[in-house]
Design a protein around this ligand. Structure first.
Ligand code: COS
Length: 378
Protein backbone atom coordinates (compact mmCIF):
# COMPACT_ATOMS: atom_id res chain seq x y z
CA UNK A 1 0.00 0.00 0.00
CA UNK A 2 1.21 3.46 -0.85
CA UNK A 3 -0.66 6.52 0.40
CA UNK A 4 1.70 8.93 -1.33
CA UNK A 5 0.16 10.66 -4.32
CA UNK A 6 2.04 10.29 -7.60
CA UNK A 7 3.96 13.23 -9.05
CA UNK A 8 1.21 13.67 -11.62
CA UNK A 9 -1.48 13.85 -8.91
CA UNK A 10 0.60 16.32 -6.87
CA UNK A 11 1.15 18.43 -9.97
CA UNK A 12 -2.57 18.50 -10.76
CA UNK A 13 -3.37 19.43 -7.14
CA UNK A 14 -0.90 22.31 -7.22
CA UNK A 15 -2.12 23.55 -10.57
CA UNK A 16 -5.80 23.45 -9.53
CA UNK A 17 -5.07 25.02 -6.13
CA UNK A 18 -3.22 27.94 -7.74
CA UNK A 19 -6.04 28.41 -10.23
CA UNK A 20 -8.71 28.11 -7.51
CA UNK A 21 -7.04 30.62 -5.19
CA UNK A 22 -6.14 33.14 -7.90
CA UNK A 23 -9.08 32.93 -10.29
CA UNK A 24 -12.05 31.36 -8.50
CA UNK A 25 -11.90 32.43 -4.85
CA UNK A 26 -11.80 36.23 -5.40
CA UNK A 27 -15.32 36.24 -6.92
CA UNK A 28 -16.84 33.29 -5.02
CA UNK A 29 -18.80 35.41 -2.51
CA UNK A 30 -20.17 37.86 -5.06
CA UNK A 31 -21.16 35.12 -7.52
CA UNK A 32 -22.96 33.40 -4.62
CA UNK A 33 -24.70 36.65 -3.68
CA UNK A 34 -25.74 37.36 -7.27
CA UNK A 35 -26.53 33.71 -8.12
CA UNK A 36 -24.30 34.19 -11.17
CA UNK A 37 -22.39 31.57 -13.12
CA UNK A 38 -19.19 32.80 -14.79
CA UNK A 39 -18.53 31.07 -18.11
CA UNK A 40 -15.03 32.59 -18.23
CA UNK A 41 -14.03 30.42 -15.28
CA UNK A 42 -15.22 27.32 -17.14
CA UNK A 43 -13.23 28.41 -20.22
CA UNK A 44 -10.11 28.85 -18.10
CA UNK A 45 -10.67 25.38 -16.65
CA UNK A 46 -10.89 24.06 -20.22
CA UNK A 47 -7.57 25.77 -21.09
CA UNK A 48 -5.96 23.99 -18.15
CA UNK A 49 -7.35 20.63 -19.29
CA UNK A 50 -9.61 20.28 -16.23
CA UNK A 51 -12.74 19.59 -18.28
CA UNK A 52 -11.40 16.27 -19.53
CA UNK A 53 -9.14 14.92 -16.80
CA UNK A 54 -9.99 11.17 -16.94
CA UNK A 55 -10.68 10.85 -20.68
CA UNK A 56 -8.06 9.59 -23.15
CA UNK A 57 -6.35 12.12 -25.43
CA UNK A 58 -8.13 10.66 -28.49
CA UNK A 59 -11.38 11.97 -26.95
CA UNK A 60 -9.97 15.37 -26.07
CA UNK A 61 -8.98 14.55 -22.50
CA UNK A 62 -5.64 14.69 -20.71
CA UNK A 63 -5.53 10.92 -20.14
CA UNK A 64 -5.26 11.03 -16.37
CA UNK A 65 -7.58 9.19 -13.95
CA UNK A 66 -10.55 9.48 -11.58
CA UNK A 67 -8.32 10.24 -8.60
CA UNK A 68 -6.86 13.28 -10.40
CA UNK A 69 -10.41 14.36 -11.26
CA UNK A 70 -11.51 14.03 -7.60
CA UNK A 71 -8.49 16.05 -6.48
CA UNK A 72 -9.49 18.79 -8.94
CA UNK A 73 -13.11 18.83 -7.69
CA UNK A 74 -11.85 18.93 -4.09
CA UNK A 75 -9.48 21.85 -4.71
CA UNK A 76 -12.10 23.89 -6.58
CA UNK A 77 -14.71 23.20 -3.87
CA UNK A 78 -12.24 24.29 -1.20
CA UNK A 79 -12.84 27.84 -2.43
CA UNK A 80 -16.13 27.56 -4.36
CA UNK A 81 -18.44 24.53 -4.18
CA UNK A 82 -20.49 25.85 -7.12
CA UNK A 83 -17.55 25.60 -9.50
CA UNK A 84 -16.73 22.21 -7.96
CA UNK A 85 -20.14 20.79 -8.84
CA UNK A 86 -20.04 22.33 -12.32
CA UNK A 87 -16.99 20.19 -13.05
CA UNK A 88 -18.40 17.15 -11.25
CA UNK A 89 -21.70 17.11 -13.19
CA UNK A 90 -19.89 17.87 -16.45
CA UNK A 91 -17.40 15.02 -16.01
CA UNK A 92 -19.09 12.27 -13.97
CA UNK A 93 -22.69 12.69 -15.02
CA UNK A 94 -22.39 13.78 -18.66
CA UNK A 95 -18.94 12.68 -19.87
CA UNK A 96 -18.83 9.30 -18.13
CA UNK A 97 -21.96 7.66 -19.68
CA UNK A 98 -20.85 8.74 -23.16
CA UNK A 99 -17.36 7.38 -22.52
CA UNK A 100 -18.70 4.04 -21.22
CA UNK A 101 -21.75 3.48 -23.42
CA UNK A 102 -21.30 5.78 -26.42
CA UNK A 103 -20.55 4.65 -29.96
CA UNK A 104 -17.29 5.89 -31.48
CA UNK A 105 -19.30 8.52 -33.38
CA UNK A 106 -21.04 9.68 -30.18
CA UNK A 107 -17.69 9.94 -28.42
CA UNK A 108 -16.23 12.06 -31.20
CA UNK A 109 -19.35 14.22 -31.49
CA UNK A 110 -20.09 14.69 -27.78
CA UNK A 111 -17.35 13.47 -25.44
CA UNK A 112 -14.52 15.21 -27.31
CA UNK A 113 -15.97 18.74 -27.17
CA UNK A 114 -17.00 18.17 -23.56
CA UNK A 115 -13.49 17.00 -22.66
CA UNK A 116 -11.98 19.98 -24.49
CA UNK A 117 -14.44 22.24 -22.69
CA UNK A 118 -15.90 23.80 -25.83
CA UNK A 119 -19.23 22.25 -24.80
CA UNK A 120 -20.62 21.75 -21.30
CA UNK A 121 -22.54 18.67 -20.17
CA UNK A 122 -25.44 17.98 -17.80
CA UNK A 123 -27.57 15.01 -16.68
CA UNK A 124 -31.33 14.70 -16.28
CA UNK A 125 -32.84 11.88 -14.26
CA UNK A 126 -34.97 13.45 -11.51
CA UNK A 127 -38.57 14.41 -12.23
CA UNK A 128 -41.19 16.14 -10.09
CA UNK A 129 -42.62 12.77 -9.02
CA UNK A 130 -39.44 10.72 -9.24
CA UNK A 131 -36.55 11.61 -6.93
CA UNK A 132 -35.21 8.86 -4.67
CA UNK A 133 -37.48 6.46 -6.57
CA UNK A 134 -35.61 7.07 -9.81
CA UNK A 135 -37.39 4.18 -11.52
CA UNK A 136 -40.74 6.00 -11.31
CA UNK A 137 -39.93 8.38 -14.18
CA UNK A 138 -42.76 9.49 -16.48
CA UNK A 139 -40.90 11.14 -19.37
CA UNK A 140 -41.60 9.21 -22.56
CA UNK A 141 -39.73 8.59 -25.82
CA UNK A 142 -42.03 7.64 -28.70
CA UNK A 143 -40.48 5.78 -31.62
CA UNK A 144 -41.15 7.84 -34.75
CA UNK A 145 -39.18 6.41 -37.68
CA UNK A 146 -35.67 7.80 -37.65
CA UNK A 147 -36.42 9.82 -34.50
CA UNK A 148 -37.62 9.41 -30.96
CA UNK A 149 -40.04 12.05 -29.73
CA UNK A 150 -39.57 12.95 -26.07
CA UNK A 151 -42.27 14.40 -23.82
CA UNK A 152 -41.99 15.26 -20.14
CA UNK A 153 -39.71 17.24 -17.86
CA UNK A 154 -36.71 16.80 -15.60
CA UNK A 155 -35.95 18.96 -12.58
CA UNK A 156 -33.00 19.99 -10.40
CA UNK A 157 -30.61 19.88 -13.35
CA UNK A 158 -27.11 21.03 -12.40
CA UNK A 159 -25.63 23.13 -15.26
CA UNK A 160 -29.20 23.54 -16.57
CA UNK A 161 -29.42 26.33 -19.12
CA UNK A 162 -25.64 26.73 -19.43
CA UNK A 163 -24.93 23.20 -20.70
CA UNK A 164 -24.92 22.33 -24.39
CA UNK A 165 -25.38 18.55 -24.01
CA UNK A 166 -27.85 16.74 -21.71
CA UNK A 167 -27.86 13.01 -20.92
CA UNK A 168 -31.49 12.17 -20.14
CA UNK A 169 -33.65 9.13 -19.49
CA UNK A 170 -37.12 8.34 -20.84
CA UNK A 171 -39.50 5.38 -21.19
CA UNK A 172 -39.97 3.99 -24.70
CA UNK A 173 -43.10 2.24 -23.36
CA UNK A 174 -45.03 4.46 -20.92
CA UNK A 175 -46.48 1.38 -19.21
CA UNK A 176 -43.18 -0.41 -18.69
CA UNK A 177 -40.58 1.06 -16.33
CA UNK A 178 -38.04 -1.45 -17.65
CA UNK A 179 -38.13 0.40 -21.00
CA UNK A 180 -36.09 3.31 -19.61
CA UNK A 181 -33.61 4.43 -22.25
CA UNK A 182 -30.79 7.00 -22.27
CA UNK A 183 -30.52 9.80 -24.84
CA UNK A 184 -28.03 12.51 -25.72
CA UNK A 185 -29.85 15.81 -26.19
CA UNK A 186 -28.41 18.94 -27.74
CA UNK A 187 -29.73 22.22 -26.37
CA UNK A 188 -30.85 23.31 -29.85
CA UNK A 189 -33.01 20.26 -30.54
CA UNK A 190 -36.55 21.19 -31.56
CA UNK A 191 -38.91 20.82 -28.59
CA UNK A 192 -36.22 21.17 -25.93
CA UNK A 193 -36.35 24.11 -23.55
CA UNK A 194 -35.04 25.22 -20.18
CA UNK A 195 -37.69 25.92 -17.51
CA UNK A 196 -37.66 27.36 -14.02
CA UNK A 197 -34.34 28.26 -12.42
CA UNK A 198 -34.30 27.33 -8.73
CA UNK A 199 -33.46 29.84 -5.99
CA UNK A 200 -31.35 27.88 -3.57
CA UNK A 201 -29.89 27.88 -0.06
CA UNK A 202 -26.40 27.02 -1.29
CA UNK A 203 -24.28 26.41 -4.39
CA UNK A 204 -26.03 29.51 -5.63
CA UNK A 205 -23.64 30.32 -8.46
CA UNK A 206 -24.25 26.90 -10.01
CA UNK A 207 -27.52 27.11 -11.97
CA UNK A 208 -30.14 24.43 -11.21
CA UNK A 209 -33.09 24.35 -13.61
CA UNK A 210 -35.93 22.37 -15.01
CA UNK A 211 -35.59 21.06 -18.58
CA UNK A 212 -38.68 20.45 -20.70
CA UNK A 213 -39.35 18.13 -23.64
CA UNK A 214 -42.35 19.10 -25.70
CA UNK A 215 -42.48 16.81 -28.74
CA UNK A 216 -38.69 17.00 -28.68
CA UNK A 217 -37.26 15.32 -31.78
CA UNK A 218 -34.18 13.24 -31.02
CA UNK A 219 -32.39 11.42 -33.87
CA UNK A 220 -32.09 7.66 -33.31
CA UNK A 221 -28.31 7.97 -33.47
CA UNK A 222 -28.58 9.94 -30.21
CA UNK A 223 -29.84 6.96 -28.23
CA UNK A 224 -27.12 6.04 -25.72
CA UNK A 225 -26.76 2.30 -25.21
CA UNK A 226 -29.72 0.02 -25.91
CA UNK A 227 -33.47 0.41 -25.51
CA UNK A 228 -34.24 -0.60 -21.90
CA UNK A 229 -30.68 -0.07 -20.68
CA UNK A 230 -31.41 3.43 -19.34
CA UNK A 231 -31.95 2.68 -15.65
CA UNK A 232 -28.71 0.72 -15.42
CA UNK A 233 -26.82 3.49 -17.25
CA UNK A 234 -28.36 6.03 -14.87
CA UNK A 235 -27.42 4.00 -11.77
CA UNK A 236 -23.89 3.20 -12.94
CA UNK A 237 -23.37 6.88 -13.78
CA UNK A 238 -24.42 7.84 -10.27
CA UNK A 239 -21.97 5.33 -8.77
CA UNK A 240 -19.10 7.48 -10.01
CA UNK A 241 -20.97 10.77 -9.64
CA UNK A 242 -21.36 10.16 -5.93
CA UNK A 243 -17.63 10.02 -5.53
CA UNK A 244 -17.34 13.39 -7.28
CA UNK A 245 -19.78 14.79 -4.71
CA UNK A 246 -17.73 13.20 -1.92
CA UNK A 247 -14.71 15.08 -3.31
CA UNK A 248 -16.76 18.27 -3.37
CA UNK A 249 -17.76 17.68 0.28
CA UNK A 250 -14.13 17.07 1.32
CA UNK A 251 -13.15 20.34 -0.38
CA UNK A 252 -15.94 22.33 1.33
CA UNK A 253 -14.98 20.87 4.72
CA UNK A 254 -11.29 21.60 4.18
CA UNK A 255 -12.03 25.18 3.16
CA UNK A 256 -14.08 25.65 6.34
CA UNK A 257 -11.38 24.10 8.54
CA UNK A 258 -8.67 26.28 6.98
CA UNK A 259 -10.73 29.40 7.69
CA UNK A 260 -11.63 28.31 11.25
CA UNK A 261 -8.04 27.39 12.07
CA UNK A 262 -6.67 30.74 10.90
CA UNK A 263 -9.39 32.58 12.81
CA UNK A 264 -8.92 30.55 16.02
CA UNK A 265 -5.20 31.33 16.05
CA UNK A 266 -5.79 35.03 15.44
CA UNK A 267 -8.89 35.81 17.50
CA UNK A 268 -8.06 36.75 21.09
CA UNK A 269 -10.52 36.58 23.98
CA UNK A 270 -9.67 36.59 27.68
CA UNK A 271 -6.14 37.65 26.69
CA UNK A 272 -5.21 34.68 24.50
CA UNK A 273 -6.03 33.16 21.10
CA UNK A 274 -9.24 31.14 21.27
CA UNK A 275 -7.31 28.18 19.76
CA UNK A 276 -5.58 27.90 23.15
CA UNK A 277 -8.89 26.82 24.68
CA UNK A 278 -9.40 23.10 24.65
CA UNK A 279 -13.07 23.62 23.74
CA UNK A 280 -11.86 25.07 20.42
CA UNK A 281 -8.70 23.03 19.80
CA UNK A 282 -10.55 19.72 20.33
CA UNK A 283 -13.20 20.87 17.86
CA UNK A 284 -10.41 21.55 15.35
CA UNK A 285 -8.92 18.11 16.01
CA UNK A 286 -12.25 16.38 15.41
CA UNK A 287 -12.84 18.40 12.24
CA UNK A 288 -9.39 17.55 10.83
CA UNK A 289 -9.81 13.85 11.68
CA UNK A 290 -13.23 13.55 10.02
CA UNK A 291 -11.92 15.30 6.91
CA UNK A 292 -8.93 12.98 6.67
CA UNK A 293 -11.15 9.88 6.99
CA UNK A 294 -13.53 11.24 4.35
CA UNK A 295 -10.66 12.07 2.00
CA UNK A 296 -9.20 8.57 2.35
CA UNK A 297 -12.55 6.94 1.51
CA UNK A 298 -13.00 9.29 -1.44
CA UNK A 299 -9.53 8.68 -2.86
CA UNK A 300 -9.94 4.95 -2.34
CA UNK A 301 -13.18 4.83 -4.35
CA UNK A 302 -11.58 6.95 -7.10
CA UNK A 303 -8.54 4.69 -7.15
CA UNK A 304 -10.75 1.58 -7.39
CA UNK A 305 -12.56 3.04 -10.38
CA UNK A 306 -9.27 4.00 -12.04
CA UNK A 307 -8.02 0.44 -11.54
CA UNK A 308 -11.17 -1.01 -13.11
CA UNK A 309 -12.26 -2.59 -9.81
CA UNK A 310 -15.81 -2.46 -8.33
CA UNK A 311 -16.40 0.89 -6.62
CA UNK A 312 -20.19 1.38 -6.23
CA UNK A 313 -20.32 0.54 -2.52
CA UNK A 314 -17.18 2.54 -1.71
CA UNK A 315 -18.46 5.50 -3.69
CA UNK A 316 -21.76 5.48 -1.74
CA UNK A 317 -19.74 5.20 1.49
CA UNK A 318 -17.48 8.09 0.53
CA UNK A 319 -20.45 10.37 -0.19
CA UNK A 320 -22.23 9.33 3.01
CA UNK A 321 -19.17 9.98 5.14
CA UNK A 322 -17.92 13.10 3.37
CA UNK A 323 -21.37 14.71 3.09
CA UNK A 324 -22.00 14.32 6.82
CA UNK A 325 -18.46 15.53 7.54
CA UNK A 326 -18.95 18.64 5.41
CA UNK A 327 -22.16 19.51 7.25
CA UNK A 328 -20.64 18.93 10.68
CA UNK A 329 -17.33 20.66 9.99
CA UNK A 330 -18.90 23.74 8.38
CA UNK A 331 -21.38 24.06 11.28
CA UNK A 332 -18.49 23.88 13.76
CA UNK A 333 -16.53 26.42 11.71
CA UNK A 334 -19.42 28.89 12.03
CA UNK A 335 -19.48 28.17 15.77
CA UNK A 336 -15.75 28.90 16.09
CA UNK A 337 -16.22 32.22 14.31
CA UNK A 338 -19.10 33.05 16.69
CA UNK A 339 -21.20 36.04 15.62
CA UNK A 340 -18.78 36.87 12.80
CA UNK A 341 -19.37 33.41 11.33
CA UNK A 342 -23.04 34.22 10.91
CA UNK A 343 -22.24 37.21 8.71
CA UNK A 344 -21.23 37.43 5.08
CA UNK A 345 -17.95 39.14 6.05
CA UNK A 346 -16.45 35.67 6.36
CA UNK A 347 -16.83 32.66 4.05
CA UNK A 348 -17.92 30.05 6.61
CA UNK A 349 -21.66 30.76 6.38
CA UNK A 350 -21.37 30.09 2.60
CA UNK A 351 -19.53 26.83 3.25
CA UNK A 352 -22.28 25.79 5.68
CA UNK A 353 -25.02 26.57 3.16
CA UNK A 354 -23.10 24.81 0.38
CA UNK A 355 -22.43 21.72 2.50
CA UNK A 356 -26.11 20.86 2.96
CA UNK A 357 -26.68 19.81 -0.65
CA UNK A 358 -23.95 17.16 -0.44
CA UNK A 359 -26.28 15.26 1.93
CA UNK A 360 -29.08 15.44 -0.63
CA UNK A 361 -28.07 15.32 -4.28
CA UNK A 362 -26.88 12.34 -6.32
CA UNK A 363 -28.85 10.27 -3.82
CA UNK A 364 -29.76 11.39 -0.30
CA UNK A 365 -27.77 10.03 2.63
CA UNK A 366 -30.71 7.70 3.22
CA UNK A 367 -30.38 6.32 -0.34
CA UNK A 368 -26.62 5.85 0.18
CA UNK A 369 -27.43 3.70 3.23
CA UNK A 370 -29.92 1.74 1.12
CA UNK A 371 -27.31 1.15 -1.60
CA UNK A 372 -24.61 0.16 0.92
CA UNK A 373 -26.88 -2.12 2.97
CA UNK A 374 -28.17 -3.89 -0.15
CA UNK A 375 -24.60 -4.56 -1.23
CA UNK A 376 -23.78 -5.91 2.21
CA UNK A 377 -26.75 -8.22 2.42
CA UNK A 378 -27.13 -9.42 -1.19
N1 COS B 1 -25.30 -0.53 -11.32
C1 COS B 1 -25.85 -1.36 -12.22
N2 COS B 1 -27.12 -1.79 -12.15
C2 COS B 1 -27.87 -1.36 -11.12
C3 COS B 1 -27.37 -0.47 -10.14
C4 COS B 1 -26.02 -0.06 -10.27
N3 COS B 1 -25.46 0.76 -9.38
N4 COS B 1 -28.34 -0.22 -9.25
C5 COS B 1 -29.41 -0.91 -9.65
N5 COS B 1 -29.13 -1.58 -10.79
C6 COS B 1 -30.01 -2.48 -11.54
C7 COS B 1 -30.42 -3.65 -10.67
O1 COS B 1 -29.46 -4.69 -10.76
C8 COS B 1 -31.73 -4.06 -11.28
O2 COS B 1 -31.49 -4.82 -12.45
P1 COS B 1 -32.40 -6.11 -12.81
O3 COS B 1 -33.79 -5.57 -12.95
O4 COS B 1 -31.82 -6.60 -14.10
O5 COS B 1 -32.27 -7.05 -11.66
C9 COS B 1 -32.33 -2.73 -11.73
O6 COS B 1 -31.24 -1.82 -11.87
C10 COS B 1 -33.32 -2.16 -10.72
O7 COS B 1 -32.62 -2.06 -9.49
P2 COS B 1 -33.36 -1.96 -8.08
O8 COS B 1 -34.41 -3.01 -8.00
O9 COS B 1 -32.33 -1.91 -7.03
O10 COS B 1 -34.10 -0.55 -8.24
P3 COS B 1 -34.92 0.28 -7.20
O11 COS B 1 -36.12 0.80 -7.90
O12 COS B 1 -35.12 -0.47 -5.92
O13 COS B 1 -34.00 1.58 -6.93
C11 COS B 1 -32.26 2.86 -5.92
C12 COS B 1 -32.70 1.53 -6.50
C13 COS B 1 -33.13 3.34 -4.77
C14 COS B 1 -30.85 2.62 -5.46
C15 COS B 1 -32.29 3.92 -7.06
O14 COS B 1 -33.61 4.27 -7.41
C16 COS B 1 -31.54 5.19 -6.69
O15 COS B 1 -30.31 5.23 -6.76
N6 COS B 1 -32.26 6.23 -6.28
C17 COS B 1 -31.62 7.52 -6.03
C18 COS B 1 -31.57 8.29 -7.28
C19 COS B 1 -30.62 9.40 -7.18
O16 COS B 1 -29.49 9.25 -6.73
N7 COS B 1 -31.05 10.55 -7.66
C20 COS B 1 -30.24 11.71 -7.72
C21 COS B 1 -30.20 12.13 -9.15
S1 COS B 1 -28.84 13.13 -9.55
S2 COS B 1 -29.13 14.79 -8.63
Amino acid sequence: MNFKLSEEHEMIRKMVRDFAVNEVEPTAAIRDEEERFDMDIFKQMADLGLTGIPWPEQYGGIGSDYLAYCIAVEELSRVCASIGVTLSAHTSLAGWPVYKFGTEEQKQTYLKPMAEGTKMGAYGLTEPGSGSDAGAMKTTARDDGDHFVLNGSKIFITNGGIADIYIVFALTDPNDKRSSTAFIIEKDFEGFSVGKKEKKLGIRSSPTTEIIFDECKVPKKNMLGEVGQGFKIAMMTLDGGRNGIAAQAVGIAQGALDAALAYAKDRKQFGRPIADNQAISFKLADMATAIEASRLLTYQAAWLESEGLPYGKESAMSKLMAGDTAMKVTTEAVQIFGGYGYTKDYPVERYMRDAKITQIYEGTQEIQRLVISRMLTN
